[in-house]
Design a protein around this ligand. Structure first.
Ligand SMILES: [Ca+2]
Ligand SMILES: [Ca+2]
Ligand SMILES: [Ca+2]
Length: 121
């Protein structure tokens, strides 16, 4: 399965072994990537499983534990355009809520049939 997902492309590559990029930040998922996200092993990724994964990812990225991601913490994860896009305001940092909101927009974008789950490739 190949689909374009903006935020996960950057984050998943960091936290899932062997995730690989194609061009334009398109992440190529293999079955093992899906298994990493599919916490209850029912063969599909629910919105809640996805949200939990991204929430954990945020916690790991927020190395100084202030509840925001700044440029230093996201170096090598987001380029400058991505960072500005995610910040979206003048704080200069990405809050957990902003991060998860974008993650869930990506989830629903990737869920093309709209059943609330991402299926295995
Ligand atoms: Ca599942
Ligand atoms: Ca931080
Ligand atoms: Ca679906």
């Amino acid at each position: 399965m190949r689909f374009f997902v903006f935020l996960p492309a950057a984050v998943l590559a960091l936290f899932i072994a062997n995730a690989s990029y194609a061009q334009n930040n398109e992440l190529i998922y293999s079955e093992e990537h899906f298994q990493a996200l599919d916490a209850n092993n029912d063969g599909k990724i629910s919105a809640e499983e996805y949200r939990q994964f991204m929430d954990d990812a945020f916690t790991q990225l927020d190395t100084n534990g202030d509840g925001y991601l700044d440029r230093n913490e996201t170096e090598g994860v987001f380029n400058e355009d991505h960072f500005e896009f995610l910040v979206g305001d003048k704080t200069g940092k990405i809050s957990r809520q902003q991060f998860l909101d974008q993650a869930m927009r990506d989830f629903h974008f990737a869920d093309q049939d709209g059943d609330g789950y991402l299926d295995y490739p």
